[in-house]
Write a protein that binds this ligand. Sequence first.
Ligand SMILES: *Cc1c(COP(=O)(O)O)cnc(C)c1O
Length: 364
Amino acid sequence: MIQEAQLTIDLDCLAHNYNCLRSKLKEDTALIAVVKANAYGTSSVRIAQELAKLGTKHFAVAYTAEAVVLREATIKEDIMVFYPQIGQLDRIIEHQLEPVLYTVEIIKAFIVLLKQKNLKDYPVHIKCNTGLNRIGLSQEDLVFFLTKIDASSLNIKSIYSHLGASENLKPCPFTQHQINAFEVVKKTVKELCPTLPKFHLLNSSGVFNYPEHQLDAVRVGIALYGFANQTEWDLELQPIAKLSAPICQIHTLKKGENVGYNQGWKATKDSRIGIIPIGHADGIGRQYGNGVGKVQILGQTAPIIGNVCMDMLMIDLESIRCEVGTEVILFDKNTTAADFAATGNTISYELLTGLNSRIQRVYQ
Ligand SMILES: *Cc1c(COP(=O)(O)O)cnc(C)c1O
């Protein structure tokens, strides 16, 4: 019987998703597995270990601290850090991580550091901005870097960009514009770079939507966990995580009684309500309260009622036959995290990455 809120992670589904993605790639296209944000709320160490067993040679995280966690868990594969901060570059070197350099300042700072440490041929990646306007070198910065900066201490392993709307079905003028801008980047690099780095552009949805632009590598996150941002593509994948919790108390209420903080819900008839030990501190935000979010109990649906509390939420059991200890499912393979997130006006990414570490992770 389930004791507390738990996230059950199905490692066979992870393998399925990995193989599904691999099947869309040419043999020599590298798969960079994105395990940032605790592998999208699951567990970065365990997921990286499993993916390494499946053949993954390259991992990526957002921040330096996330990569250090993987190194300390003895993950030996390449670890790319998407958004290292200047003050973290020492740690990057200390743990043999591969930084993504995304401004001229950070490139210069890294080269200075390598010189101080007398290091050569250090593996790095360069991020170019092609229209997302989030992070990355402009075309001007790129030309400046390639012509004016002595980068002989760098081993530029790859140069990449990131699509802002890869899940939008073709034709998508914005994505086409980004693809064209990246072609200009490639041409510039080919003209000005003595050794040719690898090029990559696609995230998960991109692999489904633009496999013809897979280039030398793809950076996949959400699809490993079972989602690709279009229903049709989602059908090829299997959500790896199930979030459930037991009913921990049942109340029988008289018509007119109310439930939760600020009398968020009022019984319009005699009612049975269930208390579930998971709340907004666990990542189930207040937007799911007041009838918005729905949970599954023994194949039936019950609404979340009143305001979601920090550690608990309440559901209207109506006539569902259940008792204290009965498992309540927030999302699983059938009612997915994407479905649940949609009720709360958000996306699978936010729901999954927001799951607090106090939710037990169980593997099967
Ligand atoms: C998070 C991230 C990815 C992975 O995106 P998914 O949509 O989860 O596949 C790829 N590239 C960059 C730069 C990212 O920040």
